[in-house]
Write a protein that binds this ligand. Structure first.
Ligand code: SOE
Length: 411
């Protein structure tokens, strides 16, 4: 049941303390920027909302700059701070390594952590190349034989409305699928003077909007459909090809100080691609950081023979459902408010109608990972799932390269 109002007696009773018999799961996190802050909140909160078989402990956070990582530890509630990820992995109070760094360090850190006997959570996309993702997946398979868990952080699977959409599709409420339509639209690069950060350099990020945003919608399309993409065709573009450099930790490779220097953008600003799923269903994708006015607009529509589902991350408590088996006179998309206790994850939160937010997806991710580790079940999404996404991204880039010469429209 959703958390109900306390009775007067309960409110007056002395605070009950959580059982201390639950074993501790020591977490060590590498990176402390946006994703580090979001993951920290998930680790802090999960054990206070869900009854978990292990209690996450924020043992240590790691970052290169001593002053900055000490400040991050204090701000986000980490017990210790390290400046070398190898020292973090070696800590006896760390059983799980959470990787929140740019993609160019995912493989090295994840493989070292797995080989050191730790569980791993790695931010998306899994890696910057298919080869790296393959090596990580092989290391995860070896580690699984030792009882270790490796998960990739596609957190949007843990939006209750998306998890519920997956349930409805798996139950057959849409029937055989015909289309998956996905877009992830942001606009933080519309200004050509937005600085050159690591996300705009291939060596650090692997790709641009494609890996940053496209990875999410590729994972969600395959997760919701329950089947992989088997072919893609793509176009991509870099509209702004150089930008001012920044100094400091978010700077690009050269980290040029305030010299006024400008650097080359070496990744895509936008990628549009179509795909075919294993069943023959068709899919279309848009990933861009140039959609002026769209802040975090991840939109999905799945069309089947018996009905359709639609979702917008900017209205993430809602799921639109059209049941095509209903009489046409009364059929149509209806808005399902996904806040009932029977909806995924909601049993632990608030009464119906008390909406959740973006940060709750990281609490759900922490809950699911702790349960997977305690129960010895297979992680989802696994590194193999992350490798499949990486293979789709590589195919998109290969197609976009070939399609750089479009079939001319004869005027
Ligand atoms: C890009 O700005 C970004 O931070 C992505 O990297 C995250 O994966 C997404 O959840 C929010 O937007």
């Amino acid at each position: 049941m959703a958390r109900r109002e306390e009775t007067d007696q309960e409110a007056a009773a002395p605070p009950t303390h959580r059982p201390t018999s639950v074993p501790v799961l020591g977490v060590g996190m590498v990176g402390y920027a946006f994703m580090g802050a979001a993951h920290s909140q998930g680790w802090r909160t999960a054990g206070h909302v869900f009854d978990l078989p292990m209690r996450p402990a924020l043992a240590a956070v790691c970052g290169r700059d001593r002053a900055a990582v000490d400040a991050a530890a204090a701000r986000h509630g980490w017990a210790a701070a390290e400046t070398d990820w190898r020292a973090l992995i070696a800590r006896d109070d760390v059983q799980l390594v959470d990787i929140c760094t740019p993609g160019d360090s995912h493989a090295e850190i994840a493989i070292a952590a797995l080989e050191a006997g730790k569980h791993v959570l790695c931010e998306k996309p899994l890696a910057n190349t298919v080869a790296e993702a393959e090596a990580m997946t092989a290391a995860a398979a070896r580690a699984a034989a030792r009882g270790q868990v490796a998960m990739v952080g596609f957190n949007y699977r843990r939006v209750p409305a998306i998890a519920y959409a997956r349930q409805l599709i798996a139950e057959g409420r849409l029937g055989p699928l015909r289309h998956v339509r996905a877009a992830y639209l942001q606009d933080w690069l519309v200004d050509p003077e937005s600085p050159l950060t690591w996300r705009l350099e291939r060596e650090r990020a692997g790709s641009g909007a494609l890996g940053d945003l496209g990875a999410h919608i590729v994972d969600l399309a395959q997760y919701l459909a329950g089947e992989p993409l088997v072919g893609v065709s793509a176009v991509s573009e870099t509209f702004v090809r150089e930008r001012p450099r920044l100094a400091g930790p978010s700077a690009g490779l050269s980290g040029a100080a305030d010299t006024g220097a400008r650097g080359a953008v070496t990744v895509d600003d936008a990628a549009l691609f179509t795909g075919r799923l294993a069943s023959g269903a068709l899919a279309s994708f848009e990933a861009t950081r140039m959609a002026a006015g769209r802040k975090n607009a991840l939109r999905l529509e799945i069309n089947g023979e018996r009905g359709s589902l639609a979702f917008d991350l900017e209205r993430l408590n809602e799921l639109s459902f059209h049941d095509h088996t209903e009489p046409a006179a009364t059929a149509g998309f209806r808005r399902v408010l996904v806040t009932e206790p029977q909806h995924p994850y909601l049993e632990a939160w608030w009464p119906p109608g008390h909406a959740l937010g973006y940060e709750h997806t990281f609490v759900h991710q922490a809950r699911d990972l702790v349960r997977t580790i305690a129960e010895g079940t297979a992680p989802a999404p696994s590194f193999a799932d992350g490798l499949q996404v990486q293979r789709v991204l590589a195919a998109v880039e290969e197609s976009a390269e070939k399609n750089s010469v479009h079939t001319p429209v004869v005027l």
